[in-house]
Ligand binder design. Structure first.
Ligand code: MF3
Ligand code: CO
Length: 253
C-alpha cells in the first residue's frame, strides 16, 4: 500500500455510470442466488452470469484480468476467493461465494455474496451472518471525516469478537475506471489511521472471514485461495460511494 495513495474522487456523472455497472452486478448475483441448488455445476453459474452481462451491454470484468479464465469467481467451503468455475457440483451443506465484476462503458462494478446450498450447519450459518454483518459495519464506518482504517478496524474488531479471523493477504479496493484503484482497503488495522474519507470516493469493501486461522494459500491452478487449515471461509462485497451522510451502496437493485 502506498503511504499516500491517490484516491480518485468521482463526479456525479461518473457515479451514475458506476451505478449502472453495479446494478448489472446485483442482477447477476440475484439470478445466480436463485440457481444455488445441490447438483448445480459452477460452470453453469458462470455461463448464466456471462450471458446476463453481455445481454445488458456489459463485459465481464474478471475474464482476462491477469489471465483469469472466467466471468465469476466461485469459492466453496475452505476456498476463500478466486475459485475458478468448472464441472464441480454444489452439494447440500456447502457454502459458496460468488464474486461478479462488470465493465459497462469503461466503468466497473464489483460485488460478492456467500450463500448456503440447501440446509447448512449452525457453524456455517453463523459464519455467513458474521461476515455479511462485517461488510455492513464497514459500510457504516465509510463516511466523511472518518479515516480509511476506521473501516478496517471496525471490521476486524467485529469479526474477531465473534471468534473468527480476517484474511490479511487480500483486501478491498478503490474502483472506478479500473477494477482496482487506490486505496487498498484491508479488513484489519488501527483506528484513526490512513487517508481521510471524502465525498465521491468509491470503494469495493470485501471482508473475507475464516472460521479458523487467517492464513491462506494458493492452489496449483494459480488462482484458488484456500484457508491454510482447511476450515471454511465466507466473503461478501459491495461497491459503495462516500456521500455527505451514510455511504450509498451502488451494487444493489
Ligand atoms: N472481487 C475480486 C476483486 O476485487 C475479484 C477479482 S477476481 C480477478 O478483487 F479475477 F479479477 F482477479
Ligand atoms: Co473486489
Amino acid at each position: 500500500m502506498h503511504i499516500n495513495p491517490v484516491i480518485i474522487i468521482k463526479s456525479q456523472r461518473e457515479i451514475e455510470q458506476l451505478k449502472r455497472s453495479n446494478v448489472i452486478v446485483a442482477e447477476v448475483l440475484q439470478e445466480l442466488k436463485g440457481m444455488i441448488i445441490p447438483g448445480r455445476t459452477t460452470q453453469e453459474l458462470d455461463r448464466v452470469a456471462e450471458a446476463i452481462i453481455l445481454s445488458k451491454g456489459g463485459v465481464p470484468a474478471f475474464k482476462g484480468y491477469r489471465n483469469y479464465p472466467a466471468t465469476i469467481c466461485v469459492s466453496i467451503n475452505e476456498e476463500v476467493v478466486h475459485g475458478i468455475p468448472g464441472p464441480r457440483k454444489l452439494r447440500e451443506g456447502d457454502i459458496v461465494s460468488i464474486d461478479v465484476g462488470v465493465n459497462l462503458n469503461g466503468y466497473f462494478g464489483d460485488a460478492a455474496i456467500t450463500v448456503p446450498v440447501g440446509e447448512v450447519d449452525q457453524g456455517a450459518k453463523r459464519l455467513l451472518e458474521v461476515t455479511e454483518r462485517a461488510l455492513y459495519i464497514g459500510i457504516e464506518m465509510a463516511r466523511v471525516g472518518n479515516r480509511l482504517f476506521d473501516i478496517s478496524h471496525a471490521i476486524q474488531k467485529w469479526v474477531e469478537g465473534k471468534g473468527f479471523s480476517v484474511v490479511r493477504e487480500f483486501v478491498g479496493h478503490g474502483i472506478g475506471k479500473n477494477l482496482h484503484e487506490e486505496p487498498q482497503i484491508p479488513n484489519f488495522g488501527s483506528p484513526g489511521q490512513g487517508p481521510r474519507l471524502e465525498k465521491g470516493m468509491v470503494f469495493a469493501l470485501e471482508p473475507m472471514v475464516n472460521e479458523g486461522t487467517f492464513e491462506v494459500k494458493i492452489l496449483s491452478d494459480g488462482w484458488t485461495v484456500v484457508t491454510a487449515d482447511g476450515k471454511r471461509s465466507a466473503h461478501f462485497e459491495h461497491t459503495i460511494v462516500i456521500t455527505d451522510g451514510q455511504a450509498e451502496i451502488l451494487s444493489i437493485l
